[in-house]
Design a protein around this ligand. Structure first.
Ligand SMILES: Cc1cc2nc3c(=O)[nH]c(=O)nc-3n(C[C@H](O)[C@H](O)[C@H](O)COP(=O)(O)O)c2cc1C
Length: 137
């Protein structure tokens, strides 16, 4: 079965509350583990950047659920590709807290030091996620 990776950006909706992130992580980890999906979620500045890796069917099903989730909006695909290996195989859903996303790191991968995942290229978005490997919880 082919391996795929999707990276998307989204924005918190008005209804989002601070406990929502814990609920999202709990259901992500439970569902993704069952479906052999790995990935990482970055949250900062009202934005999400998430990567999901796995079979095409499982990635598509997961993304469909995520798309209809009212806790976020402006869900926009940054990249969707057939890949030879996973980059986030250690995590059913790794999470990088906001405090780990430093201005230096953002400046390195984007045109400004402010986190705006909609402005990142596919290559920069993946490079940013990979550079955060060491800070994932
Ligand atoms: C930013 C964001 C990321 C999410 N990531 C995942 C994910 O990786 N896997 C997943 O199953 N659900 C994810 N969800 C939650 C889904 O939208 C949906 O609520 C959940 O899959 C429903 O499954 P449950 O009924 O088992 O909780 C995410 C939601 C948001 C807002």
């Amino acid at each position: 079965m082919n391996l795929y990776r999707i990276v998307y950006a989204s924005t918190l909706s008005e209804s989002f509350s601070s406990q929502d992130i814990e609920h999202i992580l709990a259901s992500s980890r439970r569902n993704n583990k069952k479906q052999d999906v790995s990935g990482m979620l970055l949250f900062s500045h009202r934005y999400f950047l998430q990567c999901l890796e796995g079979s095409r069917d499982n990635i598509n099903q997961t993304y469909q659920r995520i798309l209809s989730d009212e806790r976020h909006c402006r869900v926009t695909i940054v990249s969707y590709e057939n890949v030879t290996q996973r980059e986030f195989c250690a995590w059913s859903m790794g999470y990088v807290p906001e405090s780990h996303l430093t201005r230096e790191l953002l400046f390195k991968f984007s045109a400004s030091a402010t986190f705006d995942p909609y402005t990142l290229s596919n290559v920069s978005a993946l490079a940013l996620l990979k550079s955060l490997h060491g800070t994932v919880i």
